[in-house]
Design a protein. Sequence first.
Length: 395
Amino acid sequence: MSSLTKPNVIVFSDHLLYPSETFIRAQATALSEFEPVYAGSRRVRGLDLPDRRTFTVNPGGMAGKLREFSFKLFGFAPNFTATLSALNPALVHAHYAANGLRVLPIARKLGVPLIVTLHGADATATNLRHQKPHFGHRHYLKNKKTLQTSGALFLAVSEFIRRKLLEQGFPEEKVLVHYTGVDTKMFCPGSIESGPVILFVGRMVESKGAEFLIRAAAAVQSQLPAAEVVLIGDGPLRADLEKRAQKQLRRYRFLGMQPQEEVLKWMSRSSLLCVPSVKIPSGTEEAFGMVYAEAQAVGKPVVAFHSGGIPEVVSHGSTGFLAPERNWQALAKYMFVFLENPELRKRFGLAGRERMVRHFDLTHRTKVLEQIYTRVSRNKTLLDGGAMCCKFSGA
C-alpha cells in the first residue's frame, strides 16, 4: 500500500511530545497500513516530529494561547477541527485518558471513532487528596463518566491497567489489553559491560522508587566497592536524591535527561537495570514500564519490586528478580547476586531478549494495533454514548 493510499490516523496528545514519550512516536512511526498525523494543543521542546504532519491548536503567539484556552475550557477549536477534517482521517487515537476526553468533541465533529490508550497514572492516580494533578487530569476525574460512556474503545497497556479500568466502571467490552511493544531492532545486545554498573532510568519522582535504589546500592557497595550507580532522568526529587546519594553511596553519577541513543549506550554498558517503582498514596502505580522491556531487549537482567504491571514484563526467576514492594534489603540481595555472577547475568539476559522478541516486539504489536484500527474504522459510527456496536475479544 503506497503512502498516498494509506488512511490517516490522528495521533492526539495535548503537548507534542515530551522527551519521555518516545513510546508514542515509536508506535506511530511503526505503522505500515495507516499514516500517522500528530495533533495536540501545542508543541513543546522535546521529540522531533514531521512538521508537515503535525498540527496544533496553538501555533504560537497571543492568538494561539487564546485558541488553546478556548479549546481546553470549552472544546472549541473550529480552525483546528477544519484542518483535521480536510485530512479525512479514519479515526482518532488519543494517548492518556485526559487527552481522550479533551479530543472527544473533535472526534464527534469529524464523525470518526475514538481510541484512547491509558498508560498508567491516568488509570491509577485517583486520590486527589494525595496529589496536585494538572488541570487536564482533574477535569478528567470529574468528568470520567462522559468518556466511559462515549462509545470510545480503550486500550490498556497491561492486564493490571485493564483491571483498574473495570474497577472504575469502564465497559468491559470496550477495554482491551494492548502492549505497546519495544523496538527490538534498536534495543538489541551491543557493547560489553564497562564494569559493575547498576543503571536507573526514569523520572525523579516518588513512584519510581529511586530512594530505595540508593539504599539498596549502598548495601551492595559495602560488599562490592567497585559497583557504580548511574541514574538517568530528571524530576522534582533530583536534588534530594543527589543529597541522599552523596551521604550513602561511594560511586554514582546523575546524568539528567538523556536522548534515547545515550540511554541505549548506558544499557549496553550496565550490568543490570534497577527501577524499583512503588505504589504511592495518590494511587499511582507502574502500569507496565517500557524501560524494563528496553533493558531486557538489550539483554540485561532487571531487578525491581513486585508492583503494579511490572510482573507482566519481568519474569521473576527467569529474566529478572522482583523483590517484595519497598523491601530494599531484598533488592540489594538480588543486585549483589547478579553482580557477583556474570554467567547468571548472561543467562537471564538471553532469556529476557528472547522473551521481548517473542512477545513484545514493536513491529508485531503495531500490526496487532493496525488490526484494531481496521476493525474500528470499518465499523465506523458516531461517538454517542455507546454507538460503536462492535465488540472486541482481545488484542
